[in-house]
Ligand binder design. Structure first.
Ligand code: ATP
Length: 523
């Protein structure tokens, strides 16, 4: 990560804490790794992001409905989905550096290095022999190349066997035999390898038997798959249709860092779109374009988003891509769009013994639908908005001259107005002469329409700074003139420009620019 970018992330983290957006979990006990709490401003921003997603997906698509499934599910769900057997990473610790690694990644890196050596031998020989060089012959006969190749093949074979046979003793032996050093401490002082399932488990009921073991869901999608027929039948849904859900998911990530980008408890907003087999690619392209438009309507800069196609597809997918965002750590996954075929529904049919098919009245046929899913991390969206809108600005003289502005720099969060925690701050210039009462009466008039902040302490300039720092789009100042003619100053967060506005026209004046409806219409 470049230094500026690293600094930006640090600044965003401390700003988020200082201004009540995100706190480390259980901070008085020194926190809990990769778990965070949302504060008084964070929860508002988060709720507004959810509303933006929920309304777009459900209200603006008449063939999409939502559900709210439980976090606990029958344990067989996770057998059928493949998570019990395959949502694993083998991990190993180095006792000197105290760093944790994925054991398979360490072996793959070591194999990669041996392959590089083969390439180097070939390159050297090609130079030595010039025109007459026969690469195939050389690779098949040169003793050194053959020796490396043998080692690579052996290592690959042993890695495959250890992984498929779940043999972590063999995995450790492989790391020892390959003489792998910790990249940080340089030593070979390794712990044993442990297979690590990323799912959290707990027990249901009072008897701690294996049969009572249940999991905290690692994705929300399965709650939708198991309810597919319930919703289709009771909602009389016709294919193509979608089911949307917002909810918590839990993953015991081995390497969890980068603030709320990779958490152990996080929130997903997912939609599974059920289609007729054979039409899934059309749906996939449709949702790719729609989701990208939804992101870009936020106004964080179209250049900050890009698609990234998956080259190694999961065995059940026939197309998959990510929408990446330009985070302070660089372009990283924000949302996944996957064409999952009929894998999940078929597997649930097999494990539950129940039919999960759609009866198509037009063709008089039953079939298991194909699924295209869109899956976005709410916390990652939150981070994309927070990091993109964090700005340190030097105030040019013209701004310093603007009424009440203090100092020559400011930190402002230019959060999209419709998502801002507060839309308006109402500030009496001084707390006397009845200005405070007048200000409170303005709050009373506006608070059923907009979330308002009232503050009477400190100079007006300091209060403006605090509102900038939490991204409040408008400040309304009540001064002595207000008492005479019922006008106020309306200050714009981004331009810092002020204008005189009649109290009765405030709703109309502010309404459009902070409106969720307007934002939804712009997609
Ligand atoms: P990654 O490759 O970054 O681990 P993933 O491919 O495992 O992510 P998916 O299983 O596709 O992620 O989950 C869908 C979305 O859920 C991701 O695009 C991301 O926004 C979010 N997400 C996944 N894991 C986490 C996490 N540990 N913390 C926060 N958000 C997450």
């Amino acid at each position: 990560m470049a230094n500026d970018q690293e600094n930006l992330l640090k600044k965003v983290i401390s700003h988020a804490k200082e201004y009540g957006f995100v706190f480390p979990s259980s901070e008085i006990y020194d926190g809990l790794s990769a778990v965070y709490d949302y504060g008084q401003n964070g929860v508002e921003l988060k709720n507004n992001i959810k509303e933006y997603w929920w309304k777009f997906m459900t209200q603006m698509h008449d063939n999409i409905v939502g559900i709210d499934a439980a976090i606990f599910m029958h344990p067989t769900v996770w057998k059928a989905s493949g998570h019990v057997d395959a949502f694993n990473d083998p991990m190993i610790d180095n006792k000197d550096s105290k760093k944790r690694y994925r054991a398979d990644v360490l072996v793959e890196d070591a194999i990669g290095k041996m392959e590089e050596k083969i390439e180097k031998e070939i390159e050297k020989a090609a130079k030595r022999f010039g025109e007459s060089f026969d690469k195939k012959m050389f690779s098949e006969t040169n003793p050194r190349v053959l020796e490396y190749k043998k080692k690579v093949d052996e290592a690959n074979e042993r890695l495959k066997n250890a992984m498929t046979g779940n043999d972590m003793v063999a995995m450790k032996q492989l790391i020892v035999d390959l003489e792998i050093n910790d990249p940080i401490s340089g030593t070979k002082n390794w712990t044993d390898v442990r297979q690590f399932n990323l799912m959290f488990s707990t027990e249901m009921g009072s008897i701690a038997e294996d049969a009572n073991k249940i999991y905290l869901r690692p994705e929300t999608a399965q709650g939708i798959f198991v309810n597919f027929l319930n919703v289709q039948k009771t909602g009389r849904m016709k294919i193509p249709f979608g089911i949307a859900q917002i909810g918590k998911a839990f993953r015991n990530e081995i390497v969890a860092r980068q603030f709320i980008f990779r958490m152990r408890e996080f929130e997903q907003m997912e939609m599974q779109y059920f289609v007729k087999p054979g039409t899934e690619m059309e749906a996939y392209e449709f949702w790719k374009a729609k989701r990208m438009k939804w992101h870009q309507a936020l106004g964080l800069g179209t250049e900050n988003y890009r698609f990234h196609d998956h080259l190694n597809l999961a065995h059940y997918a026939n197309a998959a891509c990510d929408i990446q965002f330009n985070f302070p750590m660089g372009f990283k996954e924000l949302e996944g769009i996957h064409s999952r075929t009929d894998f999940d529904l078929k597997s649930h049919e097999k494990f539950s013994g129940k039919k999960l098919q759609y009866f198509d009245t037009e063709s008089n046929q039953s079939y298991v639908p194909y699924v295209v899913e869109t899956s976005v991390g709410l916390d990652r969206l939150f981070l994309s908005i927070l990091s993109n809108s964090y700005k340190e600005e030097k105030l040019v003289p013209k701004n310093i001259g603007t009424d009440g502005e203090e100092g020559n720099e400011r930190v402002v969060l230019s959060i999209p107005a419709a998502l801002a925690p507060y839309k308006i701050a109402v500030l009496p210039l001084v707390k006397k002469d009845g200005l405070d009462e007048k200000a409170k009466s303005v709050v009373d008039q506006l608070k059923s329409t907009f979330r308002c902040y009232y503050e009477e302490k400190d100079t007006i300039g300091r209060r403006y700074r605090r509102m900038d720092a939490i991204g409040t789009p408008y400040c309304i100042t009540i001064d002595h003139q207000t008492l005479q003619d019922n006008t106020v100053t309306l200050r714009d967060r981004d331009t810092m420009k002020q204008e005189r506005v009649a109290i009765q026209s405030l709703k109309e004046k502010i309404g459009e620019s902070v409106s969720m409806i307007k934002l939804l219409q712009s997609i």
